[in-house]
Design a protein around this ligand. Structure first.
Ligand code: AMP
Ligand code: ZN
Length: 681
């Protein structure tokens, strides 16, 4: 999936992306519905679908009748179960993630019915995270039951469904009756099934829903019976109008009366009720004992539901108001300020720890002071926080305000006390004391040594803090001089927690990591706004640090993917004299390869993946051009000769580098020979 706005896709791009999205969705549908082995989380899958819809809506000519947008679930594969055609399609639901989304959804329904939204009552239900199933009764006895399948045709799993005790074998209703609901498993049973699996040396199930799905589709129903499946009913329809149910709330009451289990639900007369029901369910989520992934709101009147029908794959009468992620309520006990690697001062809310999607959260970043001002955040406020998968937790809303004063923007840096600034065009507050603000320097060095940049394993925040406090390293460039620093600060191996072995490992790692790709080097500079993508674009375009520094704003802004704002930030950084001095200092200690993947490189070429050093004055072509040629034949260009150098290319009046290379036995290539062996066009 690309992130290009749908509005700026060309027809060709849209077509290519649709083909990709359709095949991905089909693959994930098959994994989910047929194999019960999903690879994506629901929010991830929903993102694929939303992108598909958005592109199809923008490019109606590209919509095909076989697109997954016209279909629910996966085609039923060659399964061992008989096929059952549903009496009415078993649909999927449109997703809403806010009360506003829900309101919009029902406003459309009201418009469709030519009614006022206030005239429509809703039934709020829990959205049980299991698997839907349909059970048919004939004159009070179970006749058969099926899975949702592709929405139109499901699989006959009657024997498996009859092992579920929540599904009565007989009911006191005559004629043909269909009941639909959700098959699920309680968390306690999920845990004990997994504990057994683990002790038997088998792979545990990844989620309760997977157990439900896997168990329902067992050929041997005694396995299903051993899995403690349960069922919540939410739909009933009878032939011959033997049941007098006019509303969804009545339908749920009837289901309970005839022996089914029904989950908590409530009549909602307006959006305030919707919000209240959603919040109430959300706050109980962890104590329910089974998994839900949100709430469902349905038009309460069944005649109106019938008039609304469905459009595409979704009914017009029901919407899923999903939990965007796991959410929890807690209180802000304090607000701390952190100074990041670019000097940005970030407020962090310290909260009463809560458990969210399996992790204990005790701090939540507030991003910037505008967010505090917008939400009027104060210590003591009760907030609702969310976290999707392994994503950083965030504040969704303030659920209860305290009487405390709003947290104010600091005037000085919390770490070094220098006055803070606001940079043009950005809302953040910065400490400009880049090279001597302790917290900023430590944050920066931690980033510098991280796997995104120099990847110096063994040099983490703790070690950096320690060396910095001691004075052993003052700037990131000092990391490469750690060994020399022993003369002044004493042997590292004598420090508590360090031994000769660990010190040697650290020094060896640092030696090995001196060699870095150009894009990673650019990343390591922590230029504001420059992440991996921009770093790669810059490396690709300029091929060396020197040409990046020499580049004009126009050259930078001409790169597809780098706008004028970002260009300004980059130039501003490079033009700063202190930054420039720092880069020069760094360049003395490291050697840079431009190995950003470029196309058309011949892997059999003489210089492919070889390290080249140029020395002397080139006469045939410029040094810069020679470097580019080397890079485009796949070579790494370095400025220092070492035992890792493969070739030294010599021009006129070559000096010490040549002598040193000869001493090391490195292959020497005259300029003419080099030019002849690379393609000069
Ligand atoms: P989705 O597959 O996410 O589009 O959501 C639709 C599915 O939600 C249905 O097929 C049901 O399996 C499930 N579901 C869970 N609880 C309910 C409920 N109370 N009402 C309707 N559908 C529900
Ligand atoms: Zn500072």
């Amino acid at each position: 999936m690309t992130t290009k706005p749908v509005g700026s896709l060309s027809l060709l791009e849209a077509n290519a992306e649709l083909a990709f999205l359709r095949s991905e969705i089909r693959r994930h549908d098959d994994l989910y519905y047929n194999k019960a082995m999903p690879e994506l989380s629901d929010p991830e899958y929903d993102a694929l679908r939303s992108r598909l819809y958005a592109i199809e809506e923008k490019f109606p000519v590209l919509v095909s009748s076989t697109s997954p947008s016209r279909r629910i679930g996966a085609p039923v594969d060659n399964s061992p179960f008989a096929k059952v055609r549903h009496r009415s399609p078993m649909l999927s639901l449109e997703n809403a993630f806010s009360v506003n989304d829900v309101e919009k959804f029902f406003a459309r329904a009201a418009k469709f019915l030519s009614l006022d939204l206030t005239a429509i009552e809703l039934c709020g239900e829990q959205k049980i995270d299991g698997l839907s199933a349909s059970v048919i009764y004939n004159d009070g006895k179970i006749s058969h039951g099926s899975t949702r399948g592709n929405g139109f045709i499901g699989e006959d799993i009657t024997r498996n469904l009859t092992t579920i005790s929540d599904i009565p074998k007989t009911i006191q209703v005559h004629g043909e009756v269909e009941v639909r609901g959700e098959v699920y498993i309680r968390t306690e049973h999920f845990n004990s099934i997994n504990a057994e699996k683990i002790s038997a040396g088998e792979t545990p199930f990844s989620s309760p829903r997977n157990v439900a799905a896997g168990s329902l589709r067992q050929v041997d129903s005694t396995i299903t019976a051993s899995r403690h499946l349960q069922f919540f009913a939410y739909y009933i329809s009878a032939s011959d109008n033997v049941l007098d149910v006019k509303t969804q709330v009545e339908a749920l009451g009837t289901l309970r009366d005839i022996g089914f289990s029904v989950a908590e639900h409530r009549l909602c007369k307006n959006m305030a009720d919707v919000n209240e029901f959603y919040r109430a369910i959300m706050s109980k989520r962890d104590s329910l004992g089974y998994e839900i992934d949100g709430t469902v709101f349905k038009v309460n009147s069944i005649p109106l539901q019938k008039r609304l029908g469905f459009s595409g794959r979704n009914p017009r009468h029901s919407v899923a108001f999903k939990f965007s992620a796991s959410e929890a309520e807690t209180m802000i006990t304090d607000i701390e300020l952190g100074v990041g690697r670019t000097g940005k001062i970030t407020p962090v809310a310290i909260i009463n720890p809560v458990s969210l999607s399996g992790a204990i959260i005790s701090r939540v970043t507030l991003h910037n002071f505008d967010e505090i001002a917008r939400k009027c955040i104060a210590v003591g406020d009760t907030i609702s926080i969310s976290r999707a998968g392994d994503v950083i937790p965030k504040i969704v809303s303030i659920t209860k305000k305290s009487n405390n004063k709003m947290f104010e923007i600091p005037l000085v840096c919390p770490s070094c006390g220098s006055p803070v600034t606001r940079r043009e065009g950005v809302v953040d507050v910065y400490c400009e004391n880049r090279y001597s603000c302790p917290e900023q320097v430590v944050s920066y060095m931690e980033y510098f040594a991280s796997e995104n940049c120099f990847d110096i394993v063994g040099l983490g925040k703790k070690q950096i803090e320690e060396f910095y406090t001691e004075g052993r390293i003052k700037t990131a460039a000092d990391i490469f001089r750690l060994r020399e620093k022993e003369l002044e600060y004493g042997p590292l191996s004598k420090k508590p927690g360090w031994g000769t072995i660990s010190v040697n490992i650290l020094y060896n790692t640092i030696e090995a990591q001196r060699h870095i790709s150009l894009w990673k080097f650019i990343m390591a500079l922590a230029i504001p706004g420059v992440g991996e993508v921009t770093a790669k674009l810059l490396a690709d375009r300029f091929s060396s640090v020197e040409s990046l520094i020499a580049a004009s704003s126009d050259d930078i802004a001409a790169i597809n993917g780098i706008g004028t704002t970002l260009t300004k930030k980059i130039r501003r950084f490079l033009d700063n004299e202190i930054n420039a001095a720092y880069i020069r200092e760094l360049l003395e200690s490291v050697s840079i390869d431009n190995d950003t993947p470029s196309y058309g490189v011949n892997p059999n070429g003489k210089y492919y993946r070889k390290t080249i050093v140029f020395t002397g004055t080139m006469t045939g072509i410029s040094r810069e051009r020679a470097k580019q040629l080397a890079i485009s034949s796949g070579a790494f260009v370095s400025s220092v000769v070492s035992s890792k150098t493969d070739f030294v290319i010599v021009g006129e009046r070559a000096g010490n580098k040549l002598k040193y290379a000869q001493g090391l036995g490195v292959a020497i290539v005259p300029e003419e020979e080099f030019i002849a062996s690379v393609d000069v066009d």
